[in-house]
Write a protein that binds this ligand. Sequence first.
Ligand SMILES: Nc1ncnc2c1ncn2[C@@H]1O[C@H](COP(=O)(O)OP(=O)(O)OP(=O)(O)O)[C@@H](O)[C@H]1O
Ligand SMILES: [Mg+2]
Length: 310
Amino acid sequence: MELLKIDDLKVHFPIHGGVFRRVVDHVRAVHGVSLTLKKGETYGLVGESGSGKSTTGRAIVGLNDITSGDVLFDGKNLKDKKQIKESRQDIQMIFQDPYSSLNSKKRVIDIISEPLRNYKKLSKAEERQRVEELLEQVGMSKESIFKYPHEFSGGQRQRIGIARAIALNPKLIIADEPVSALDVSVQAQVLNFMKDLQQDLDLTYLLISHDLGIIRHMCDRIGIMYKGRIVEEATAEEIYQNPQHIYTKRLIASIPDIDPKNREKRAALREEVKRDYDKTMEHYFDKDGFAYDLKPISASHLVAMPGEGR
Ligand SMILES: Nc1ncnc2c1ncn2[C@@H]1O[C@H](COP(=O)(O)OP(=O)(O)OP(=O)(O)O)[C@@H](O)[C@H]1O
Ligand SMILES: [Mg+2]
């Protein structure tokens, strides 16, 4: 079942210039992204810095205004202000940096209960009970509630952020680089915990990362972003075994593969990228530098091949 459907999403930011600070141009951060999330899956958005991953995620939760296109969540259009309010609780975000995303002046109880206070009318006792329950759910002690964020490690802080994100029983969680600010040693712990939580709470994830190892570990399907558009989308298996877009090929070629079965294939891919990348890359994009429309090459594999587009 479809939980989220994004159709031709564009998010443009105005650039102001001159003495009158008039809008002189736009940054086309997201320029025609379409994707569908099925209930219960983890969809990974990968791509280089500035490709529009966070902007896409932020537009879904309403932190960035949508310039054009549609975002349908559970059948409701998130451009419609009234429907947004209803869906807002169902879509939550986990942010990259657990050091800056938690208000350092607030106690854990106030941080986690913030969404509860906005949406639910709970008594003080009910609120405390719910926060204790949430802390337990993310593997932290009840005694944490009157502490401040700086009293915790990075991994624990991210768990506090996750507790806040699940406080309202959301259906969809957008996790934007959820572990990239953490020590490598705790990254896997937090990711595995997120996987367990997904099972327990029946969550759907949109996971944003530029770490292909993390994406492979976590995701059912993957969308590769480049300059505001998705250039290839497929199951994790297909992306790793059979990349089609030259940009995807380069990404895949760059990750070390320890599986000896893949060694030859990987070497051939590396050769191909070395030979073709600079020569062919420009053919994959139109005169404005945007990828062409995605076309299916199988039921679950879409690619923006050269010269086929808008
Ligand atoms: N509020 C904003 N105002 C103006 N430009 C913005 C704004 N937010 C993002 N941008 C621009 O939009 C583009 C896409 O940014 P975005 O943060 O979505 O990229 P990203 O793929 O998440 O990159 P990273 O991997 O570095 O997090 C960039 O060129 C960025 O500078
Ligand atoms: Mg980002």
